[in-house]
Design a binder for this molecule. Structure first.
Ligand SMILES: *[C@@H]1O[C@H](CO)[C@@H](O)[C@H](O)[C@H]1NC(C)=O
Ligand SMILES: *[C@@H]1O[C@H](CO)[C@@H](O)[C@H](O)[C@H]1NC(C)=O
Ligand SMILES: *[C@@H]1O[C@H](CO)[C@@H](O)[C@H](O)[C@H]1NC(C)=O
Ligand SMILES: *[C@@H]1O[C@H](CO)[C@@H](O)[C@H](O)[C@H]1NC(C)=O
Ligand SMILES: *[C@@H]1O[C@H](CO)[C@@H](O)[C@H](O)[C@H]1NC(C)=O
Length: 196
């Protein structure tokens, strides 16, 4: 292990560029450590590999940086972790139809390449972090079917008006506010016209 780190440090020194040293694998592994995975869908997530690009349910770009995590309907329990915010090039985070609990980490708002955030049908609680308003590339936001509360951050509506957001489903949660409750479908669900 020590020699592995040394090699990595030498490599960084030699290249004088920001080399990942599997920091993305470490971030995913930090998440795995918090998850219950009774079906063993994460068995291929070997933290000793040089990067996570060969792990099942993970895809990378040509620079070996993670761009997709697909773990829908995988019977996973546990939280989302702040370390997910370190996946700088992540475009698709698809973790629908599991048993995820706890709140959505503020750090998800660091994922400015994110195109799709699909957390529908879990047990997530707490507010939608306003940091999600930073997700300028986001086109699909599916948070429906959780136990999220609070108000829907106004910045998300700006992403619809001025950004790329075309589908936002936040229905079937516990949000407060008369507007959202009485006219949920009109104000908060935008259906992609291309999907229908
Ligand atoms: C999901 O995991 C639970 C154990 O936590 C198990 O009882 C159940 O059968 C699993 N469901 C599926 C669809 O694999
Ligand atoms: C769902 O997650 C909760 C909290 O982590 C856990 O107690 C429960 O057993 C999980 N249920 C299933 C069906 O996996
Ligand atoms: C990630 O997000 C957190 C909380 O929003 C912020 O404090 C932190 O500076 C961000 N980190 C990076 C590297 O952008
Ligand atoms: C939005 O979510 C609700 C609840 O999960 C679901 O019934 C509905 O079909 C979804 N709407 C769209 C347009 O996807
Ligand atoms: C909800 O939206 C519909 C369609 O735009 C509109 O006719 C209705 O008056 C709205 N209801 C409320 C309570 O704002």
């Amino acid at each position: 292990m020590a020699s592995q780190i040394l090699v990595c440090l030498l490599f960084v020194a030699a290249m004088s560029v920001a080399v990942h040293c599997n920091s993305e694998g470490d971030a995913l592994n930090a998440w795995r450590a918090q998850l219950m995975d009774p079906n063993n869908v994460l068995h291929s997530w070997d933290p000793t590999l040089v990067n996570p690009c060969t792990w099942f349910h993970v895809a990378c770009n040509s620079e070996n940086s993670v761009i997709r995590v697909h773990l829908g309907n995988a019977n996973l329990s546990g939280p989302l972790v702040p370390e997910l915010g370190q996946l700088a090039n992540l475009q698709y985070l698809e973790v629908s139809d599991n048993n995820l609990s706890g709140s959505i980490p503020t750090e998800i708002g660091n994922l400015t390449s994110l195109v799709s955030l699909n957390l529908q049908h879990n047990q997530l609680t707490g507010p939608i972090p306003s940091s999600l308003g930073n997700l300028v590339s986001l086109s699909f936001l599916k948070l429906n079917g959780n136990k999220l509360s609070g108000v829907i951050p106004p910045y998300l509506f700006l992403l619809i008006q001025r950004g790329n957001l075309i589908v936002m489903n936040v229905s079937d949660n516990m949000f407060a506010g008369t507007v959202h409750r009485t006219n949920l479908t009109v104000t908060t669900i935008i259906q992609d016209p291309r999907a229908s």
